[in-house]
Design a protein around this ligand. Sequence first.
Ligand code: BEZ
Length: 337
Amino acid sequence: MIHLRKSGLTILILLLLLTTVACSNNTEAEPASGSEKKYTFKLAHITPTDHMWHKAAEKFKEELDKRSEGRMKVEIYPASQLGTEADMVQQISAGSVDFGFITAAYMSSRAPAFTAWFAPYAFKDLEAANASRDTEIAKKILATLDDQGIKGLDYLFAGNRVMLFKDKEVKKPEDMKGLSFRVTPSPPLQDFYKSLGASPESLPLPEVYAAIQTGVIDGMDMDLDATITNKYHEVAKYGAVTNHMVWPAVAMMNKEKYEKMSDNDKKIIDESIKAAAEYAVKTRSSQEEEFKKTLSDEGMKIYEIDQKLFEPYIKEFDEKYGPTDPLIQEFIDTFRK
Ligand code: BEZ
């Protein structure tokens, strides 16, 4: 009887020991599969909540939640709530914000290879631009963020660039001469408009409406989505749907945080961002005609300018920027076929 009690006690002690070891392995480091770890991420971007980038952020949040079975949550900070893009990137790099959807235009001022995305008329349409996400060169450009503590995850395309004019119907590049024209603060974009003869005004998005309304600027470089969400049709009479440049957001994450994740959790992040990017481009492509109609109905004259008229300026861009960086040259060589 005593013997039986003793062996029962020994088995109990052994079981307790095994459980303790198993538990300490589970809580101490990240589990091998990453399947237990919970996250609440912060994601920041600059667009209003009705812009496609915000909808893509919501899709990303939904995908993470679904794919991680509720372990990965995201708090989204839209509309520059966390500051300018410069502030956001600084916070992502430092790790106080986890994710950002940041314009490639801004990124071109921190990592010059992003300039490549502003090669005018590099893609036939939005789908062709979207397909470029999977190319070696697109990935190499993302990797230039590594030494800034940032993991470049992917690109979100949500509409190409168009030109809006307050009260002049610009029909050819030469008509731009002398116009004060809002361009995002990004050197390749500024240079492109300078080459067209315009005087680029470097204004961030929140200042654009008042500037055109009061006549500080005569026009702007924009996308159709932001034209509608910011109601620029109220203050600009003409919309030239040139689609002359793509406008990717760079989806990025704090690199250290990404690298500390298990392979399984990294996969969840990668696949969720991919799903959000596909969703954005698919939805946005189907809206092109609807957006043009909405703007026409609001009284804006919507028209096109023949791409051929821009050929000398495309050449000028390639000749100026190709030699500045092997990645920009590789991009040009890859997509100008
Ligand atoms: C802009 O600065 O023109 C812009 C930024 C983000 C989304 C759309 C437009």
